[in-house]
Ligand binder design. Structure first.
Ligand SMILES: NC(=O)c1ccc[n+]([C@@H]2O[C@H](COP(=O)([O-])OP(=O)(O)OC[C@H]3O[C@@H](n4cnc5c(N)ncnc54)[C@H](O)[C@@H]3O)[C@@H](O)[C@H]2O)c1
Length: 257
């Protein structure tokens, strides 16, 4: 059904110009929301044409680096000034550094890499939650969706140590925050995707990716639209009883023989 379920809602999607974030931004805008997609300045320049895609609601892209506390605070202020509030936050942006297509062995991870991945993947989502919650509280309604990963559920064998740790942390942020904001009408959930076809997934060899598809009962990688459909559901009024959860979406990977 393509009814405009999100009409009147204002959504921020971090890392919204490429990959899964782009799929989510388009889907929520198609649901009728006013969507502001944040991404790095050079990516915004390259993918600014996203604003021209016809949607039911509206779609804007803005340069906001979620590794910067100042940019997150200014970014939220700008959305509130332009659109009145933030009703939906999708903490999607993340990085997964690789060295020549392979993860850096855990014990060789540099303190700098650790700090950078934690800043973008975990501190950024915390700061974004912190900035939007007062606005959601004011309206008595909000939806926060944090992008986790199968790597934060069953161990990160492909991604580096800090990536897996931050995705486990995202699940903890979700569980810990949810009960505090539930009385405000805000739900907080995370989504743990398996392999999804995006630029991030292209960072490893074809051979590794082929092995991963073979280990997925559904027999294909996920698409950004598969994740976007779940985000769309979580952002509806009717999803108000679902909070504090991490939802696996991985083509049945846990049931692989
Ligand atoms: N692709 C997969 O297989 C997969 C699997 C599990 C989880 N995920 C998660 O899904 C989310 C999206 O992944 P993806 O595959 O689309 O990744 P991607 O690398 O293809 O896209 C991520 C987007 O985030 C942006 N971004 C990176 N750092 C940023 C920053 N500091 N500030 C603002 N934007 C920034 C990038 O420019 C890019 O547009 C991530 O949280 C990732 O960990 C992906």
């Amino acid at each position: 059904m393509t009814e405009a379920r999100g009409t009147g809602r204002v959504a921020v999607v971090t890392g919204g110009c490429r990959g899964i974030g782009r799929g989510i931004a388009l889907r929520l805008a198609q649901d009728g929301m006013t969507v502001v997609a944040w991404d790095l300045a050079d990516v915004v320049r390259e993918h600014g044409d996203l604003e021209e895609v016809p949607v039911t609601g509206s779609l804007r892209v803005r340069a906001v680096d979620v590794g910067s506390a100042e940019q997150i605070a200014e970014g939220v202020e700008q959305v509130v000034a332009e659109h009145g509030s933030v009703d939906v936050l999708v903490n999607n942006a993340a990085i997964s550094p690789k060295a020549e297509g392979a993860r850096v062995p855990p014990h060789e991870t540099s303190p700098d890499e650790w700090e950078q991945v934690v800043r973008v993947n975990l501190t950024g989502p915390f700061l974004a939650c912190r900035a939007v919650i007062p606005h959601m509280q004011r309206r008595g309604w909000g939806r926060i969706v944090n992008m986790s990963s199968k790597a934060g559920r069953s161990g990160a064998m492909l991604a580096g140590l800090p990536y897996g740790v931050t995705k486990t942390g995202i699940n903890g942020l979700t569980r810990t925050l949810a009960p505090h904001v539930a009385p405000m009408g805000i739900t907080v959930n995370s989504i743990a995707p398996g392999r999804i076809r995006t630029p991030m997934a292209a960072g490893v060899s074809d051979e590794v990716n082929a092995r991963l598809v073979a280990a997925t009962p559904v027999g294909r990688f996920g698409e950004p639209e598969d994740i976007a459909a779940l985000v769309s559901y979580l952002c509806r009024d009717e999803a108000g009883f679902l909070t504090g959860d991490t939802i696996d979406i991985n083509g049945g990977a846990y049931m692989a023989p």
